[in-house]
Design a protein around this ligand. Sequence first.
Ligand code: 4AD
Ligand code: MG
Length: 456
Amino acid sequence: KHIDIKEVLQNKELIGQTVTVCGWVRTSRNSKNVAFVELNDGTSLKNVQVVIDKADDPDYKDIPRVGTSLKVEGKLVEGRNAAEINVTPADITVLGDCPQDYPLQKKGHTLEFLRTMPHLRGRTNTFNAVMRVRSVLAQAIHSYYQDRNFIYVNTPLITGSDCEGAGEMFRVTTIGFSQDYKTEDDYDAADFFGRRAGLSVSGQLEGEMAATAMGKIYTFGPSFRAENSNTPKHLAEFWHVEPEIAFAELDDVIEVAEDMVKHVIGTVLEKCPDEIAFFDAHFEKGLKARLEELISHEFGRVTYTEAIELLKKSGENFVYPVEWGCDLQTEHERYLSEKVFGKAVFVTDYPKEIKSFYMKQNPDGKTVAAVDLLVPGVGEIIGGSEREADYDKLIAAMKERNMNLDLYSDYLDLRKYGTVPHGGFGLGFERLIMYTTGVQNIRDVIMFPRTVGSIR
Ligand code: 4AD
Ligand code: MG
């Protein structure tokens, strides 16, 4: 039985013992009498070094090439410095040979190059670190909500109603790869068993149904957006965390958002010191200090109307000019969080025309109780609101948008049968990972990104 390289590097008591380790060769180097092989099994960003005394080893033929998988039995010895652990092998088994065309040779690779090989890039330290942080963040999100009495619910991915109403839904059809659809009509006839259906852009509507039954819930699953755009922060398939809280107003929603983001980033600081040090060194100088600052200071807060004033006063030459009523673009979001506040900032009370039908209408008649969380380097990572709890006002907002009320009769029932103030938000999980690691392209924080042109 083999042990993890992480264990080997951490447990100094193992020194002197004979163990079995497995891994892939990261680098290998020959000298006259000795061969050095750096072995990594993915459990650690660091390697163990296998030191082969050629004279000592009658079976020694050739140094294993980069990418070769090995099983090594040998004695652990301390290397030149305390951080380095060597294995003096008694027995080396080649599990799988690796030819010289292996693309992940020793030199550093650009993220763009690695994107061309999603099946292999997981073997680099960069992806290892991203995936470990991703995994720790996911667990921290679950424990944050579980520890506070939220029920984890799973909302459907195939759905008949468009939550955001932005026309970004993928359609679900019975079209199969094996079937031959010859005409457009054949294609149009294909649907979800006689109904129109699409892939969910958000679990919020079902989340509201759950929250107005169970009080506090959260979802954590994929959402889909048919966004035919090529940006560093949009995926067609992303992971979405959506808490929904009954008996809550906008301020309660904001409090949970801030507390949760601080909690999960705090957990990463605690559990992933090696990974954060790695990103600090290779992606964003000062990352650790930024994250420490973030979890110990209050986030900024500004209304949309104030934000527009700040942007107008800035004298910046934005690509999209700023006027009250315009949607905030990434350039505006980043200017506010990076230049004006220098930290994460909540923007509240957006014009109702640029937000969704379900948001609570403010007394001014012009704005809704919406909130976005904007962060440096990324822009929006959270979008949420207090929900319109009044039946008549909700119907009016839907009619203004020419929505088909029949499709939403279940949702409207929530306002008919014991309506309560409630609200929630959606956190883009990949955007949170970008913010936590300093990695700047969303394609590099998910193993198999789905964007325009990503299906191989
Ligand atoms: O702002 P959005 O569209 O809000 C909603 O979907 C609400 N129904 C959420 C709610 O209140 N329960 O999306 C929420 C978040 C965004 O802030 C962003 O972080 C992320 O989801 N997001 C995306 N992430 C990656 N790729 C995309 N195409 C995304 N679209 C939204
Ligand atoms: Mg949004």
